[in-house]
Design a protein around this ligand. Structure first.
Ligand code: ARG
Length: 442
């Protein structure tokens, strides 16, 4: 029974928050005249001492005492005597653990937002240095159109901004206090829930005591948001793995974020990126685990809910580590302008520019222009040259209206610069967006 019942091995992470909540509760009990000022003092002194013992690693956690709440209460009894027994007036472990975990997840949201901002700043620095660096833009993993590396970095800045927004939304929604719901139905003691909620930094007490002790959607929301952020991280991680492989050679990773092989001396493996990609499984798995725990669970508290914590802790640890590692890796990586440009120069990425030109300048219907451009690309392919090196006479075989002027759109830089529609890859647009994010991430 002890083996299956005890949560102390993991819920000890809640200790500082459990103490904070108990301090708030004791102060409220005293102000409401429910316990004496002398008892409140003894409780406060005892709890502060326990906080110190835990911080200094001197606290003896006991599995036979089941969880963090009972461990602290038992030690308090040793330190504060009979007063300790009054702390649990008008509360239950059910509202206590719901409060502790909420406080923990509110902070975890804050840390995730900070980690996301740090990563955004690292991406922004790369975007700024490479606002005009040409690389191939892909669809279907096939070269599609030339884009800038800065534009590519900013795509992730946007994704991570939405992740941060989701954490902020979740944080605001979970910012109400379960404490005072007691076991499930409230209490007959004249407690002041606004006081404890305020002391713990919550916006207000939760309105319904059953909901307060039975709900974990705040944790689910955190995990769902973490899972989405992790999928974004995994996409960037995958791209970095590709970019760093010699076949691409788009970026060089620093020694700090690569490992060697025990047998192949030439290797520089992108382990950090691979681990970030891999940790997505743990984070999404944590969401699925807790969602499955919650499904079909009758109100109010049941011990199933004890399973909430490990999922949250595992996801938070993985997410925070992934964000920090990704920020470090991005900051350290060196994009290779020449390799990216050379890759962009294969696969006729300016074919769309040619078709657009024929339609825009020569006034041909786009479908016809598309056809002519396709034929011109085919000929260039046969001759083994890029579009901007195909003689004008050759192009005229398929579109007689073309003049020397067309070469102005066939180069990679010109192509990228011409995509100046809002949100487009043109360096001028990219620089505008960089300025926007610089201001926002100040
Ligand atoms: N360790 C428990 C948990 O994590 C604390 C609440 C226990 N409540 C109870 N009625 N047994 O959920």
């Amino acid at each position: 029974m002890e083996e299956i019942n005890a949560s102390i091995d993991f819920d000890r992470r809640l200790a500082p928050l459990d103490i904070e909540a108990s301090l708030a509760h004791a102060a409220m009990l005293a102000r409401q005249g429910i316990i004496s000022p002398a008892d409140a003092d003894a409780i406060r002194e005892g709890l502060n001492r326990i906080a110190q013992e835990i911080a200094e690693g001197r606290f003896a956690f006991r599995r036979d005492l089941e969880d963090i709440h009972m461990n602290i209460e038992a030690r308090l009894a040793e330190l504060a005597g009979p007063a300790a027994g009054r702390l649990h007036t008008a509360r239950s472990r059910n509202d206590q653990v719901a409060t502790d975990l909420r406080l923990w997840v509110v902070k975890a949201c804050g840390r995730a937002r900070e980690g996301l901002r740090d990563l955004q700043r690292a991406l922004l620095d790369k975007a700024e240095a490479h606002a005009g660096t040409i690389m191939p833009g892909f669809t279907h993993m096939q070269p599609a159109q030339p884009i800038t590396f800065g534009h590519h970095c900013l795509a992730y800045v946007e994704m991570f901004a939405r992740d941060g927004g989701r954490f902020a939304d979740a944080q605001a929604r979970m910012n109400e206090c379960p404490l005072g719901a007691a076991a499930l139905a409230g209490t007959s003691f004249p407690i002041d829930r606004d006081m404890t909620a305020g002391a713990l930094g919550f916006a207000r007490p939760m309105r319904n005591s059953l909901d307060a002790v039975a709900s974990r959607d705040f944790a689910l929301e955190y995990l769902a948001t973490a899972a989405i952020a992790a999928t974004h991280l995994s996409r960037l991680a995958e791209e970095i793995v590709l970019w760093a492989s010699p076949g691409f050679g788009f970026v060089a990773l620093s020694d700090a974020f690569t490992t060697g092989s025990s047998i192949m001396p030439q290797k520089r493996n992108p382990d950090a990126a691979e681990l970030i990609r891999g940790k997505t499984g743990r984070i999404l798995g944590s969401f699925v685990a807790l969602a499955t725990v919650m499904k079909g669970l009758a109100l109010a508290y049941a011990k199933d809910l004890q399973e909430d914590k490990e999922a949250v802790f595992a996801a938070a640890d993985a997410l925070e580590l992934s964000l920090a590692a990704m920020a470090g890796m991005v900051a350290d990586m060196t994009p290779d302008r020449a390799k990216m440009r050379a890759a962009a120069d294969t696969g006729y990425p300016t074919a769309t520019d040619l078709a657009d030109y024929i339609a825009r300048v020569l006034g041909k219907p786009f479908r016809e222009a598309h056809h002519a451009a396709g034929a011109i690309v085919k000929l260039a392919e046969q001759k083994g040259v890029t579009l901007d090196r195909l003689p004008l006479a050759d192009m005229r075989k398929f579109e007689p209206g073309l003049t020397e002027d067309v070469f102005g759109v066939l180069g990679l830089e010109a192509s990228a610069a011409s995509r100046a529609s809002y949100g487009g890859t043109a360096p001028a647009r990219v620089r505008e967006q960089i300025a926007f994010w610089r201001e926002k991430l100040k």
